[in-house]
Design a protein. Structure first.
Length: 128
């Protein structure tokens, strides 16, 4: 019986998988089964870590804003600032507030002073 030459579809598929895993170490870059397992694992990790990156940055922004606010005002906090911003309908997200806190603390203190003045003014009008 004569020898039958196989097609190139499977070889092309494996080559494509190997290109993805070319930076892996050891058998993870050479053996097809382990390459497939590592590819699945890498993609799952990438998806999971994109979400955790968003969470970590939000936490960092909140910490920076809180530190900058408490530096100026002892009794004022991050939660009160955000609450008063929403009451006044000022749409500044946490990323922008954190950048202002780092680059221009005077601007952040001016924003918080204005908010505090307005809140205190409304409270004094409600009491009278």
């Amino acid at each position: 019986m004569t020898r039958i030459r196989r097609g190139y579809v499977a070889r092309r598929r494996r080559t494509k998988i190997r290109l993805f895993a070319s930076s892996f170490r050891g058998a993870h870059s050479r053996l097809t089964r382990t390459i497939i397992q590592q590819k699945i694992r890498a993609l799952v990790s990438a998806h999971r870590d994109r979400d955790s990156k968003k969470r970590n940055f939000r936490r960092l922004w909140i910490i920076r804003i809180n530190a900058a606010i408490r530096e100026r005002f002892v009794s004022y906090s991050y939660s009160k600032l955000i609450h008063n911003l929403h009451k006044r309908q000022l749409l500044l997200n946490r990323k922008i507030l954190a950048q202002i806190a780092i680059l221009n603390r005077n601007c952040l203190s001016m924003i918080s002073n204005e908010i505090i003045k307005e809140v205190d003014y409304k409270k004094s009008n409600e009491i009278i």
